[in-house]
Write a protein that binds this ligand. Sequence first.
Ligand code: DPM
Length: 361
Amino acid sequence: KAEMSGNDSISQEGNGKVSRVIRMGTRKSQLARIQTDSVAGRLRELYPDVHLEIVAMSTIGDKILDTALSKIGEKSLFTKELENALERNEVDIVVHSLKDLPTSLPPGFTIGAILQRENPHDAVVLHPKNAGLTLDSLPEKSVIGTSSLRRAAQLKKRFPQLEFENIRGNLNTRLKKLDEKDDYAAIILAAAGLKRMGWESRISQILGPEDCMYAVGQGALAVEVRAQDKDILEMVSVLHHPDTVLQCISERAFLRQLEGGCSVPVAVHTEVKGSMLYLTGAVYSLDGADCLKDTMQTVVEIDNKVSESAQECVHVGVTANSVSSSALEAAEKLGMDLANALLNKGAKDILTTARKLNDAR
Ligand code: DPM
């Protein structure tokens, strides 16, 4: 019979085995719970002796549902309270959507695992009355709900006959707003979130890179831990999906070098083909009229030369000692090189103007 010891996170199994109790922190939204449960499921399979507990909390981001995400500040909105709990040792592991994690984490934290990416693209969810239509065939001046500057910028350019308006709230709230009111003809959401919620059947169109490139890290789950907690870091590191890690490190390095946050129109597309990593990145003005876009590639060694040094290697907040260190370095350099190429063509001006206009709205 399992029995909790009084003082700390050790559980006596009664059979001589001593296993640690590991606490996973999560936001209370249904998507966050589903994401945390899926990582908990993987960990339970891999470590049947570990006792996992899930601790749910609400964050400021969950409480302010009526303001556009791009106006209430940086990404840490959803993550800060969970990090506070990590810092106070109230939890040991926090699962996030990678795209909600800033490219520089506060000191003391690291991403200990990036799991295999789901479909990273954005998807169109139609009001039931528009069933069968697409962004191309919707009536002129149809209103599309999204509060992502990135989605709005690309889609305004590509579909000038449509109109775009903010929509906020968690996925449940948004689908309800779409279905039960007549405000929106369709909304745009990440395919990955819809799939995890079991709402794949609501996807009427997946947007390819020619229509809308995705956000940095979109579709991948990240496991955040205390950087000093070697046991937990080692435990979660087996969850790393090497190709996803390389793609997301290049994307995050691109965004960091541009000094973009979640409130600027920046989009990416990455692919691993054999030993090549391809990164396409773009920055947009708010209306999509100005766009700088480029593609670069690098060789990523798929060898087993992992970092042997005792010194931990961290790339854009990610600790991935189980992945080839030369490949990680190449991926990070790719993102920085692509950002520098766009900065040389004037990306800074586009982003500064977009940020100012958005703040003034
Ligand atoms: C970030 C953005 C959005 C989320 C901005 C963007 C969408 C905001 C909006 C950084 N975080 O994508 O350009 O539509 O108003 C978010 C979702 C997921 C993680 C939901 C979604 C699930 C998909 C995933 C919100 N964060 O984008 O539809 O795990 O990548």
